[in-house]
Ligand binder design. Sequence first.
Ligand SMILES: [Zn+2]
Length: 262
Amino acid sequence: MFNRLRNWLENRRIKKMGFTAEQWESAIADWPVMHRYQGAERDALRNMCFRFLVRKTFASGSGFQFTDAMCLKVATMACVPVLHLGLDWYDRWKTVILYEDAFVPNRPYRTEDGVEHSRGPGLSGEAWYRGPVILSWQDICETGAHTRHGKANNVVIHELAHKLDMLRDGANGAPPMHPDMRPGEWHDIFTAAWDRLQNDWRHHRTLPLDDYALTSPAEFFAVCSEAFFEAPENMREEMPEVYRLLCQFYRQQPLPLAISGL
Ligand SMILES: [Zn+2]
């Protein structure tokens, strides 16, 4: 009953918002990942994007004058990870804050040399526990399969992966598992992949992911999620087991299954 009422109210608000399918297509036209979503899946993504826009509030950081097209694009990128999970996975927070460029959080920051600075370095994005998602538009424009040191980059997917991770025991690299998944397997495979990456990094080998993934298990999951959606070929090739588990978690196959026996 509650869901029906919520849908009815949302449909009214979507109608009032007045976005068209053409506006949406134009806003996401330069994001290559969208080629993957066609037919009914594309329609579902557009519908979810409009629903995201009525459920969330977009706020300006430092007076940035963002446009409707920017909101449509951010909302679509945000919806891709939950397309087959459901928008309810984002129910515990409300606000997206959009800055024009990297933003500097107003809090103390300690560098590796142990020095405490009154403010930290510029950030491309941040996700607060039960708080807002903060994003830099400039960094969103640098999305792509090879845009961060030659590695996959999508700050929206990165921060939203943190939000999913936070749904169970805080951000620790282990989001809630579906009934058909085994938490032990997730732990073992992600730990082994992390150890391998750490080892490659120590031996100055080329890494399949941006080395920011080595910051913590939470960052590892977020960076893997970026690679899963932005550069799935590379991820399946370099980290097949992690790719398989992310397919299970996100309930999506970014790459068609290999056809054998033909
Ligand atoms: Zn992060």
